[in-house]
Design a protein around this ligand. Structure first.
Ligand SMILES: Nc1ncnc2c1ncn2[C@@H]1O[C@H](COP(=O)(O)OP(=O)(O)OP(=O)(O)O)[C@@H](O)[C@H]1O
Ligand SMILES: [Mg+2]
Length: 228
């Protein structure tokens, strides 16, 4: 069963009065628990696709269906619930808050949500830090970590609310190739243990080798879809 269906998704940007077709009618079904890499040359539409799946950006045309419900048809409250609870993002630049400690960064989504008590939030954040192998760093600040450790904190933060789908736009772009492999292996472990769906873009051959499915974009169209 597909958790996400993209039907004829088109995205046209306006670049100084000229239309730029970033996605030219993409059809894609993503199953729950998939571990999917989106690859393709620079400008092929990878970031645009991830932003549309995460509802950070709206398609010009086409339908995005999540768990059998068309997202465009949802009310503001449900849409914001999708964005806050069902999907989360990992960025290539980690985007940690420098004045917060490692554990405070991981807690932040739960603190904003204000559903759990502080002691519950702390326990949950500790569980996630343990899962990414950084229990000993909880009191550190992001600047005291290596790039790979920062990205592991960002992964813990992305997972703290137990999202159904994690979207990652070139999560390993700022890492050396060895650390990049560690990060994709960590995401894969989470994918297997929690059945979290991962959709990530990458330029890196080593990183795409770890994917279970590789969707290739070229000029805003899907030109390849390989399962392995
Ligand atoms: N905000 C924008 N305004 C105008 N054009 C845009 C905008 N964002 C993206 N584009 C254009 O849409 C196309 C797809 O861009 P996108 O960023 O999705 O590609 P990408 O595959 O992520 O590239 P990269 O590998 O360099 O990150 C490109 O032609 C780009 O110039
Ligand atoms: Mg991009």
């Amino acid at each position: 069963m597909a958790i996400l269906s993209l039907e004829k998704i088109r995205k046209v940007y306006d670049k100084g009065g000229n239309p730029v077709v970033a996605l030219g009618g993409v059809d894609l079904e993503i199953g729950k628990g998939e571990y999917l890499a989106v690859v393709g040359p620079s400008g092929s539409g990878k970031t645009t696709l991830l932003n549309i799946i995460g509802c950070l950006d709206a398609p010009t045309e086409g339908r995005l269906v999540y768990a059998d419900r068309e997202l465009r048809g949802l009310g503001e409250r449900e849409l914001s619930e999708y964005r806050k609870e069902h999907v989360s993002f990992i960025f290539q630049s980690f985007n940690l808050i420098p004045v917060l400690t490692v554990i405070e960064n991981v807690e932040l989504p739960l603190v904003i949500e204000r559903k759990l008590k502080p002691t519950e939030i702390r326990a949950r954040a500790r569980e996630l830090l343990a899962a990414v192998g950084l229990s000993d760093k909880e009191g550190r600040y992001p600047r005291e970590l290596s790039g790979g450790q920062e990205q592991r904190v960002a992964i813990a933060r992305a997972l703290v609310k137990n999202p159904i789908v994690v979207l990652a736009d070139e999560p390993t772009a700022n890492l050396d190739s060895h650390t990049a492999e560690e990060i994709v292996e960590l995401m894969r472990r989470v994918n297997q243990e929690r059945n979290t769906t991962f959709v990530f873009s990458t330029h890196d051959r080593l990183v795409m080798e770890h994917a279970r499915r590789i969707v290739t974009l070229r000029d805003g169209a899907v030109t390849g879809d390989e399962r392995r």
